[in-house]
Design a protein around this ligand. Structure first.
Ligand SMILES: Cc1ncc(COP(=O)(O)O)c(C=O)c1O
Length: 362
């Protein structure tokens, strides 16, 4: 027996590590990144700020100035605070660990963001997935029944959802939040909020069981790894106890504070991406052999619906054309033959469309 076999949990040994493909040399449309960088003058100014950062010191763990700036810029309601994470991945992990009482459960619609189930497993929570309907909307009856049966400690609703890109019906979400009541929390994951034109943030004061979680990753700062979440102060104080004290490093702290002071740059980029999303959706909808799903995010889910052709074959042909998208067909039966593509610059979107067109024709 090796030491790993002796000490590592059997369920962890049975897992494969989260796979991120090497994208060098590819048009990278698989991870919902913002394709735009900061303008050169801002890069220069940021470089100076980063050069002056106190790398020899631990960050000040209250992160008071950055949190205040996030609250100001991101519409956090008066009287509400945020806590910060090393990406929202870490926030999901913090919530899972904090709620991991023996027998506690996590509920989410599926297909959904994979880290909800992974983090639940790591923390020893049981994950219950409730399939969406065939049109990828919430199955409200099934969700309410699952809440009654399982009384989940955590229910995740991604708004918009990944990998489907749609916004769930607001009344259905409110019905779930009411049904959960004070027996659990509902995490409204707004990773794609910059492209959605709607948010739960301003509703926080009405719903003491709701946590609104966000990230700056899709906004154009995936490299700095910063997520934030807000909720009733009593809840947030408990989650903060589980957070590693210096989880956000000083380079991230300086960068985020600087970029928030120039938030209009990122807002303009998000607006450009939304406009491109509409063009890309229309072009895909006009392509025979492709079904497009509505998106309120910076990516589009499409189905290869050409007889005799699978999503996987098209994915591989796109790879040969040096275009990397995400093949989500194996994630869930509802996503059979589906691909997920990030909305990018007009040039990269055109490259993708041309490669897709020839992948369908070959
Ligand atoms: C719905 C959803 N939540 C959270 C995340 C994680 O974001 P972060 O980069 O902040 O860890 C993602 C990433 O793709 C996501 O799709």
């Amino acid at each position: 027996m090796s030491v790993a076999n002796n000490i590592i949990r059997a369920d962890v040994r049975a897992l494969s590590a989260y796979h991120v493909p090497d994208a060098s040399g590819f048009v990278k449309l698989d991870a919902m990144e913002n394709p735009y960088t900061l303008p050169p003058d801002l890069q220069q100014q940021l470089g100076e700020r980063l050069g002056a950062a106190a790398l020899n010191r631990y960050p000040v763990p209250s992160y008071a100035a950055l949190k205040a700036s996030i609250c100001r810029h991101m519409g956090v309601p008066a009287g509400f605070e945020v806590i910060l994470g090393n990406g929202s991945d870490e926030l999901i992990s913090i919530v899972s660990v904090a709620c991991a009482k023996p027998g506690a459960k996590v509920l989410a619609p599926i297909p959904g963001f994979v880290m909800y189930a992974m983090s639940a497993q790591f923390a020893g929570l049981e994950f219950i997935g409730v399939p969406l309907k065939a049109d990828l909307s919430l199955d409200l009856d099934a969700m309410l029944a699952a809440v009654r049966t399982h009384r989940p400690a955590i229910t995740y609703l991604a708004y918009p959802n990944n990998p489907t890109g749609n916004l769930f019906d607001l009344d259905a979400m409110l019905a779930i939040i009411r049904e959960v009541g004070d027996t659990g929390i509902v995490v409204v994951d707004e990773a794609y909020q910059p492209f959605a034109g709607t948010s739960f943030m301003e509703r926080l004061p009405e719903y003491p069981n709701v946590v609104v979680m966000r990230t700056v990753s899709k906004l154009g700062l995936a490299g700095i790894r910063l997520g934030y979440m807000s909720a009733a102060p009593e809840l947030l104080a408990e989650f903060d106890k589980v957070r590693p004290p210096y989880n956000v490093n000083v380079l991230t702290e300086v960068t985020a504070a600087f970029v928030l002071d120039h938030a209009t740059v990122l807002d303009a980029q998000a607006a450009a991406i939304c406009a491109e999303r509409e063009k890309l959706s229309a072009a895909l909808a006009a392509m025979p052999g492709v079904t497009v799903f509505p998106s309120a995010a910076n990516f589009i889910l499409l189905r290869v619906s050409q007889p005799g052709l699978t999503g996987t074959v098209v994915f591989e042909r796109l790879l040969q054309a040096k275009v990397l998208v995400k093949n989500v067909g194996k994630m869930h039966a509802l996503l059979d033959n589906c691909l997920r593509v990030t909305v990018s610059t007009p040039e990269e979107n055109a490259t993708f469309l041309a490669a897709l067109q020839s992948s369908l024709n070959t």
